[in-house]
Design a protein around this ligand. Structure first.
Ligand code: ANZ
Length: 804
């Protein structure tokens, strides 16, 4: 017999809505803030991948609620963005309407999945009430000197008509392309807002230590920040009286320097170059400007460069070495100049062998036909000969260089400041003004938000600026009696997602937020922060999570939030792939629409199936067979309640299984091991089916409470069916009785030809096959060379092997 998911799911969704069942409470000391990465409400609706993470957080949030916590489990919309703008451009519609429509579709879809979101707390990053605070936070960054307009060599994407952050550019076969759309990206100087995230590099690294995050994500963030500790060393060109600072992490190899290399764009190059070499050098600089950083760092490519005619003195050896330029040295890392040690650096080796430059080994190696990059004994290094560790050599030589005033310790980061302007319409306007004398002024707090102007038709401006540049009466205006010009760029989509987890806390009804900088806000932040569990895709390992942490740390420093890190525990859910293991995509036509599954199998089945597929973190292929299997089991649960009478009398048969299952499920959910927790629920159901008609009511109820976190609709229905009135969501998570877990062990005698060889402790009722296997394993030595002719098993008592 099957149950009608359509009737039941509608019924309970209506009940929850009418009873405001999931409203956030503030009754307890214990709190749980369970967060999903909020979706971008695209035109194509919810993808079947979304419910995987969303169900995981939902199960966890429901468990916490049933355990007596105050739970904050909200959802909202990362609503600004390029697709809506492009749609608007194509159709002449307003991106706001388009976005609103999509949000309504998404919300309906989420409701159909029965998530326990508190929709009173819904936020939308494109709502003026929301971006008022985004703008306020930007102003705080500005006031703290962390935002400035800078002429920067930016990543210009012609295809998208905008500048992109480094984080939004990827390397595709040695070419820089946009991560959205895969359009070509080139370097181009432009005036842009940048946020000085580099000032927080150390804090961002330090903060990772105490977070309960996947190791891989921490590593990605670490590498992205890319801290390296080294030395700045001055090499002096005596002819020109110019000091050239280089950054090196290997000052211990200074005796092996045979030339130095400057980035072609290094400003010193034109002062250093000799007349004879000038033409060649200028030609090379010109060539370099057409290359991308990705190309320049590609180690498989042949190295190129030009000698610039001058020499510098090695400050330790006083040797004269030639100065070269080459594009393998980047201008915006370190000092844009390196001391080259071809014997111990692979790139330098390639360059030196190509141009026939000296190679001098200063570390012992057996094979001097290639660069040696490991550690060994130092040679040809006056101060270091006989030193064997890099660390010691680093210290000795650094001290020497510092003493002779030729250098200083220096920490460098790969992290770059964050390019924060986009030439787009559909984003947050910057709450700033440019006065006629070129000054930057902030719009007063009381005049926020600065709203996006209404316009009939968005079109790109001819000058490569944002479409906002077309709206003359918006751009050129007056403020406090002065003529001013507005910023026409808008903020990147990251801005809204940098603080949305704070926005939920501030929200009293959809898109109504209290002042972020108030005592009331602080009290709420103290209650709810940090986020206890954050689940989302691995694709956000660097960008979103780094940007959000940066803003959070700034807000912490100015006393707006009470804790230094926003997200205490993070889990990346795996993807749901097509049944052949490929990524689902519209173009491949292999996308599965959750609406159809809800229609055919029910939301409870979809929820259960997606968590039962395998570990949450794994990417796994979709299987209709698996989906059917999930539904079959749910039907079995339904029949279990239907067929079995429940009684207040406990016949004790299920004592062990029930308590064991409660214990295991509770721990597994704590560890977010959802698939194995479901297996345990199955163990209980199987045990019930072995019973004769009557089951202890308390056990059935405990089961339903646990089951309700996975399959809330059916759980509510069955809860009602066994005679309860109020929602299963008002119950308590079941506890287990440890004493019932021990009585169930029995000792088995293991015999060979009737003689006792050993004993074995097992759970009562362990089946014969398992007993035989365990027994054989235990006395395997005694069975070697023996032929077993008969195996006698008396469950719970004896295993006897009759041998020849
Ligand atoms: C001499 C040397 C000897 C180096 C040796 C390495 C090995 P990370 O860890 O990435 O910071 N370098 C410095 N600035 C550079 C630039 N603008 N473009 C390209 N390369 C640059 O690496 C620092 C090392 O990268 C520095 O240490 C420098 O080469 C190079 F056996 O100096 B080394």
């Amino acid at each position: 017999m099957e149950y009608s998911h359509k009737l039941i799911e509608k019924k309970w969704q209506k009940y929850w809505e009418e009873n405001d069942t999931f409203r956030t409470t503030d009754n307890n000391d214990k709190k749980a803030y369970i967060l999903d990465m909020f979706p971008y409400p695209s035109g194509s609706g919810l993808h079947v991948g979304h419910p995987k993470g969303y169900t995981a957080t939902d199960v966890f949030a429901r468990m916490r609620k049933l355990q007596g916590y105050d739970v904050l489990h909200p959802i909202g919309w990362d609503a600004f963005g390029l697709p809506a703008e492009q749609y608007a451009l194509k159709t002449g519609n307003d991106p706001r309407e388009f976005t609103e429509k999509n949000i309504n579709i998404f919300r309906e879809q989420l409701k159909k999945l029965g998530f326990s979101y508190d929709y009173n707390k819904e936020v939308n990053t494109s709502n003026p009430n929301y971006y008022k605070i985004t703008q306020w936070i930007f102003q705080q960054l500005y006031k703290k000197g962390l935002a400035e307009v800078r002429e920067a060599n930016v990543n210009w994407c012609e295809g998208l008509g905008t500048v992109l952050a480094n984080e939004e550019v990827i390397n595709q076969n040695g070419k820089m392309v946009s991560d959205i759309g895969g359009f070509d990206v080139i370097k181009k100087p432009m005036k842009q807002w940048v946020l000085k995230i580099t000032k927080y590099a150390d804090r961002l690294l330090e903060g990772l230590k105490d977070l309960d995050w996947p190791h891989s994500v921490k590593e990605l963030q670490k590498n992205w920040i890319g801290k390296s500790e080294g030395l700045l060393i001055d090499f002096t060109c005596e002819n020109k009286k110019i000091d050239i600072p280089v950054f090196t992490t290997r000052p211990d190899t200074i005796y092996g320097v045979t030339y130095i290399v400057l980035a072609p764009e290094n400003k010193l190059v034109l002062d250093l170059v000799t007349k004879e070499q000038k033409e060649l050098v200028e030609e090379y600089i010109q060539q370099t400007s057409q290359k991308t950083d990705v190309d320049r760092q590609d180690d498989s490519k042949e190295k190129t460069g030009v000698f610039i005619g001058e020499y510098v003195k090695n400050p330790i050896t006083n040797e004269e070495v030639p100065i070269w330029i080459s594009d393998y040295v980047l201008n915006d890392y370190g000092t844009g100049a390196v001391m080259a040690v071809p014997a111990h650096d692979v790139r330098d080796w390639k360059f030196a062998t190509k141009y026939n430059l000296d190679i001098k080994f200063v570390l012992e190696t057996k094979d001097n036909s290639k660069a040696f990059v490991g550690e060994s004994k130092y040679i040809n290094s006056e101060l270091l000969n006989n030193v064997t560790t890099k660390k010691e050599a680093f210290e000795i030589i650094s001290q020497k260089i510092i003493n002779i005033k030729k250098g200083q310790l220096k920490v460098n980061y790969k992290l770059r400041d964050w390019l924060f302007s986009r030439q787009r319409f559909y984003g947050e306007p910057f709450p700033v003004l440019f006065t006629e004398d070129g000054e930057i002024a902030l719009i007063d707090e009381k005049d926020l938000p600065l709203e996006l102007p209404k316009t009939d038709y968005i079109k790109p401006s001819n000058s490569g600026e944002s479409p906002l540049a077309n709206i003359d009466n918006w751009v050129n205006t007056e403020y406090k009696g002065k003529k001013v010009r507005r910023e026409t760029n808008t903020m990147p989509q990251w801005a809204g997602s940098c603080w949305y987890y704070l926005a939920y806390i501030l929200t009293t009804s959809p898109n109504n937020l209290i002042d972020i900088n108030s005592k009331e806000a602080m009290d709420l932040f103290k209650k709810w922060l940090p986020v206890d569990l954050y689940i989302g895709g691995q694709e956000h390992a660097v960008l979103h999570l780094l940007y959000a942490r940066f803003w959070h740390q700034v807000l912490f420093d100015i006393g707006v939030v009470p804790v230094p890190e926003p997200f205490q525990r993070l889990i990346n859910q795996g993807m749901i792939l097509a049944d052949n293991g490929e990524k689902m995509s519209k173009s491949k036509g292999n996308v599965i629409n959750p609406d159809e599954i809800i229609e055919s199998h029910g939301a409870d089945t979809l929820r259960l199936y997606e968590l039962f597929m395998g570990p949450l973190e794994a990417s796994l292929p979709w299987s209709f067979k698996g989906l059917d299997g999930a539904r079959k089991w749910i039907d079995r649960v339904y029949r279990m309640i239907d067929n079995f009478e429940s009684s207040d009398h406990n016949n004790t048969n299920l004592d062990f299984v029930y308590n064991d299952v409660v214990k295991k499920v509770s721990q597994m959910l704590e560890d977010c091991k959802f698939n194995t927790a479901i297996s345990q629920l199955m163990v209980f159901v199987n045990a019930v089916y072995k019973e004769k008609n009557v089951v202890y009511k308390k056990y059935i109820e405990g089961f339903l409470v646990m089951f309700s976190s996975f399959c809330p609709h059916l759980a509510e229905e069955l809860w009602e069916k066994i005679g309860n009135k109020s929602s299963v969501y008002n119950q308590s998570w079941p506890s287990f009785d440890e004493t019932k877990l021990v009585v169930n062990l029995v000792t088995i005698a293991i015999q060979i030809n009737g003689k006792l060889k050993n004993t074995l402790e097992v759970e009562k009722g362990t089946n014969s096959d398992i007993l035989k296997d365990k027994a054989k394993e235990l006395i395997s030595k005694a069975l070697i060379d023996k032929e077993i002719i008969k195996e006698i098993v008396v469950p719970d008592k004896i295993v006897n092997f009759v041998v020849k």
